[in-house]
Design a protein around this ligand. Structure first.
Ligand code: ATP
Length: 270
């Protein structure tokens, strides 16, 4: 199926330090995901069913995917990521089959975090999907619900969904035992933006005249993805300068002491 190429199993390399800000969310995730994955027997002892899934919602580019990877790594769990639309095919029955395959793969890879990005594309309220005459979406959602209910606590598969549109999801998906915790991932505030700049530039030579707190202050409304892009563009401008200088003084001299300057950041922001 199409799934063979997507949804590959990996142990992610993203660590908590790679995620800027969101400290309270990290804490919540440790309790909601890490405890059940690492100590399922504790929940049994206390007569509780551990949560099997959470839903991340909020504006794009603010770290939903990054967080899902970081928590998987933190639990030493495998990670499977799939975008909702990748599961949909034009062949009758094949899309549900993809969902089943995906959960099979997750169970075989347990402990495993199964991440559904763009969940709204496969989980809108049933019967409301316009232009879906064959009812594929409804059948895919039903299959998803069946699989979620079939997750055995001992098999430690944890499902994380992500969407920018929680309002259009089928409420059945958010019932207890399914994605029963909604976690809002907001646009970063000023300290979080500073954290994002720092984590993004961790391995980069940055001029001492660059004031990262100022940059954080002047990027209100920017997402983590926007900040990453600013840093990448500034880096490209710095590389451009080094290459130009190389033609004059040679590469070794041009590279020695080269760094990202204020002008590079100003250029990138523009
Ligand atoms: P989408 O809704 O578009 O899928 P998302 O919320 O899943 O977005 P991510 O894919 O996690 O966003 O982030 C995209 C990129 O933006 C990341 O690869 C990272 O480079 C950067 N980024 C976003 N948020 C953060 C953050 N909190 N800390 C550090 N980098 C971030």
């Amino acid at each position: 199926s199409a799934l063979r190429e997507t949804g590959l199993v990996e142990v992610p390399k993203v660590s908590w330090e790679d995620v800027g800000g969101l400290e309270d969310v990290k804490l919540e995730l440790q309790e909601t995901v890490q405890y059940p994955v690492e100590h399922p027997e504790m929940f049994e002892k206390f007569g509780m069913d551990p949560s099997r899934g959470v839903l991340f919602y909020g504006p794009p580019g603010c770290g939903k995917t990054l967080l899902a990877k970081a928590i998987a790594r933190e639990c030493k769990a495998n990670f499977i990521s799939v975008k909702g639309p990748e599961l949909l095919t034009m062949w009758i029955g094949e899309s549900e089959h993809n969902v089943r395959d995906l959960f099979d793969k997750a169970r075989q890879s347990a402990p495993c975090v199964l991440f559904f990005d763009e969940l709204d594309s496969i989980a809108v309220k049933r019967g409301q999907n316009v232009g879906d005459a064959g009812g594929t979406s409804d059948r895919v959602l039903n299959q998803l619900l069946t699989e979620m209910d079939g997750i055995n606590a001992k098999k430690t598969v944890f499902v994380i969904g992500a969407t920018n549109r929680p309002d259009i999801l089928d409420p059945a998906l958010l019932r207890p035992g399914r994605l029963d915790q909604l976690i809002y991932i907001p646009l970063p505030d000023e300290p979080s933006r500073l954290q994002s700049f720092k984590s993004c530039l961790r391995r980069s030579p940055v001029s001492r005249r660059v004031n990262l707190p100022d940059l954080a202050a002047s990027t209100a409304g920017f997402s983590g993805a926007d900040i990453t892009e600013i840093c990448q563009r500034a880096c490209k401008l710095a590389v451009r300068d080094v290459i130009q200088k190389s033609t004059l003084v040679g590469k070794a001299v041009a590279m020695a002491g080269a760094e990202i300057t204020r002008e590079h950041f100003l250029g990138a922001m523009k």
